[in-house]
Write a protein that binds this ligand. Structure first.
Ligand SMILES: NC(=O)c1ccc[n+]([C@@H]2O[C@H](COP(=O)([O-])OP(=O)(O)OC[C@H]3O[C@@H](n4cnc5c(N)ncnc54)[C@H](OP(=O)(O)O)[C@@H]3O)[C@@H](O)[C@H]2O)c1
Length: 361
């Protein structure tokens, strides 16, 4: 029987701003699971850009800059969190948990104790689970996994049977559900050729693998130093985002889908390169959220645009199945102790890694 301490180690976000807004506590109160919740002993937790964007207030409409250029101290009183509603502090971030259930609320079967789980990051309305307006995100609207323990709804703790390490399993939740959600909305199938900008990133590396899983041909755009690792993920063609001739290099390809989390200055070309009837699906804009669209390209070429953030409930469960069936593999770049989250996030923001960075409490 696991003895649960009254207090725990936790990295707590105390407000919007720089990395100094994270404070380390060794006596933070251990959460108690509510009646429909489970308590997870966190083994590892992945980093993601939602944590960075929320900390800096990047989601505010006052911010036009790329994620990494965001100046702090902006007026972020409006719309500072992903969902348009301010979050409350103190907040424990971290959505991508791998851990073990150690306690359950009164409505949850005790047989769940001991299960190894990863998280479905979308906390949904019990009676209206597919309603995308009634969701919260782990580590944003409620506390997440940058701590020794986290209490979350039982439905969000998905059992997983796998030989992968806890650190490897903590790389999947956010990136892979996001990527699969994009591919599902764009209805990607084996006749498609999918262009993936930012292919070395968390979502990008997931898009490469999950598009291949659907049988599509994949053109991956990345920085040259990361090419061979991205190729190992299964990309058919690699192009360099710093090359001025990348459009010419793939002229012979018929790009039917662009699956984008980058946006920014390349965006115009990403749209121009789509074949007639092509689909553009987007879940992020790390290189800049404000872009210029020639509406003639959009309608004369019969393009379809899909935004994608909140995924259908089945998607996280499907990702667990793909991991268990070894259809997708982890891409673990680096592991830091939780107490060094600030250094981990600094490395994460430098974008020299492929896949994801994880912290362990
Ligand atoms: N809507 C959602 O639910 C959701 C979920 C997850 C992520 N996102 C968003 O999607 C975006 C990417 O997330 P991620 O986790 O894949 O990010 P990541 O792991 O940090 O990877 C981002 C990659 O984008 C490429 N990139 C190109 N231009 C860049 C620039 N100016 N600054 C930084 N990176 C640049 C780099 O890859 P190369 O070197 O390979 O070019 C970089 O490694 C973020 O904006 C994030 O907030 C949204």
């Amino acid at each position: 029987m696991h003895e649960i301490p009254l207090t725990m180690h936790a990295m707590v976000l105390t407000g919007h701003g720089g990395l100094d807004k994270y404070e380390w506590f060794e006596t933070w109160k251990t959460p108690k699971p509510q009646e429909d919740e489970v308590l997870i002993k966190v083994s590892a937790c992945g980093l993601n850009n939602t944590d960075v964007n929320t900390r800096t207030g990047w989601y505010s409409k006052n911010v036009n800059a790329p994620t990494m250029d965001t100046e702090l101290g902006l007026n972020i009183a409006d719309d500072p969190a992903w969902g348009g509603t301010p979050i409350s502090f103190p907040r424990i971030q971290g959505a991508d948990v791998c851990g073990y259930i150690v306690e359950v609320g009164q409505n949850v079967s005790k047989s769940r104790i001991g299960q190894r789980v990863i998280t479905d990051n979308w906390v949904r309305d019990e009676n209206d689970p597919e309603n995308i307006e009634k969701v919260g995100y782990l580590g944003s609207e409620r506390d997440g996994g940058f701590a020794q323990y986290t209490a979350i709804p039982s439905k969000n703790a998905l059992e997983i049977i796998s030989n992968l390490s806890d650190e490897e399993l903590a790389t999947f939740s956010c990136s892979y559900t996001t990527a699969e959600g994009m591919l599902a909305r764009a209805k990607v199938m084996d006749t498609d050729t999918v262009l993936v900008p930012g292919a070395s990133g968390g979502v990008g590396s997931a898009l490469v693998q999950l598009a291949k899983r659907r049988g599509a041909r994949v053109v991956a755009m990345t920085t040259p130093e990361k090419s061979s690792l991205v190729e190992d993920l299964g990309a058919d063609i690699i192009i360099s985002r710093v090359s001025s001739s990348w459009v010419d290099e793939i002229k012979s390809e018929k790009i039917s889908v662009v699956a984008d989390v980058v946006g920014g200055s390349l965006w115009k070309e990403l749209i121009e390169i789509l074949e007639c009837g092509g689909r553009y699906t987007c879940s992020g804009a790390i290189a800049g959220p404000i872009v210029e669209l020639d509406l003639r390209t959009f309608y004369l070429r019969d393009l379809t645009f899909t935004g994608s953030t909140v995924t259908e409930t089945a998607i996280a469960k499907n990702i667990v199945r793909y991991i268990e069936d070894r259809e997708i593999k982890p891409c673990l770049a680096e592991v830091f102790p939780l107490s060094e989250l600030k250094n981990a996030q600094k490395n994460f923001m430098e974008k020299k890694h492929v896949g994801n960075i994880v912290v362990v409490p």
